[in-house]
Design a protein around this ligand. Structure first.
Ligand code: ZN
Length: 257
């Protein structure tokens, strides 16, 4: 018995030694779209880009729009290359060999050595350096080499143009609102629209916590006409047109569902 027990133990150690990596791989940071919570930007990748995996972001009238840190880290470059290359750019070191670049900025809002978190404004969209119009040139790098960009772990579109909506710096606590229907109970739907099943009602005057907001059926209610729906629980949505939130449209800091 004793001999057999020892040999099993040795076999276990050997198997463990083979399976265990020499050093654990460092997980990539959770990178988020480099614009404030709730904003939608058109991101373009193209094989002729330099470097190839960079993303160019645009939206209407984007000159001067804030650019934010896509993950926590330390600012390690705030550089102005003048009329060439990146122009005014910021680099953030996220640790583990990961860094991000934000180029062609109009101006800076951070300095070298500064610690930044999600949603921190780094600077503003511009067209400095080798740029022919306002846009944000954005890169993710690992050990200095550009890598294919991921947001929340999901690979960006290679190659092509796609709309990316930011949940960067969205408050995790959600928002609040008060149902106002002038007396009638408000129907709760299983999804963001009047075509979804009714799953109950909330009484007029009910205070609700809004976990996230999304676009659905257009509804005309107490507060005008809106296609915004508020998620107030798992599989529970109400039309924002009947909810006083203090905001016209989406509530700042509340994520998109
Ligand atoms: Zn570019």
């Amino acid at each position: 018995m004793r001999k057999r027990w020892i040999s099993l133990l040795v076999a276990g150690v050997l198997v463990g030694g083979v399976l265990a990596p020499a050093s654990p791989a460092l997980a990539a940071p959770t990178f988020k779209v480099p614009f404030p919570c709730g904003q939608s930007w058109s991101g373009q990748t193209r094989s002729g880009h330099s470097p190839a995996n960079a993303v160019d972001f645009n939206r209407t009238d984007d000159q001067g729009d804030p650019v934010v840190a896509s993950a926590p880290g330390t600012v390690d470059r705030v550089t102005d290359l003048g009329g060439t290359s990146y122009g005014k750019y910021v680099r953030i070191n996220h640790g583990g060999g990961y860094s991000t670049y934000y180029a062609h900025l109009n101006g800076f809002n951070v300095s070298v050595g500064q610690t930044v978190g999600y949603g921190k404004v780094l600077g503003w969209v511009g067209t400095t350096g080798g740029s022919t119009g306002p846009h944000l040139h954005y890169e993710q790098r690992l050990d200095g080499a550009d890598i294919k960009v991921r947001f929340n772990g999901t690979l960006a579109l290679y190659w092509g143009t796609k709309t990316y909506t930011s949940d960067n710096g969205c408050s995790s606590g959600g928002g609040n609102g008060t149902v106002d229907t002038s007396g009638t109970p408000l129907t709760v739907r299983s999804g963001p629209g009047t075509g979804y099943a009714s799953v109950g009602t909330v009484a007029d005057g009910t205070r609700v916590t809004i976990a996230c907001q999304t676009s659905g059926t257009t509804v005309t209610g107490t507060y005008g006409t809106s296609s915004i729906w508020d998620r107030i629980g798992s599989g529970r949505y109400i039309a924002d047109a009947y909810v006083y939130t203090g905001s016209d449209g989406y509530i700042p800091g509340v994520p998109r569902c």
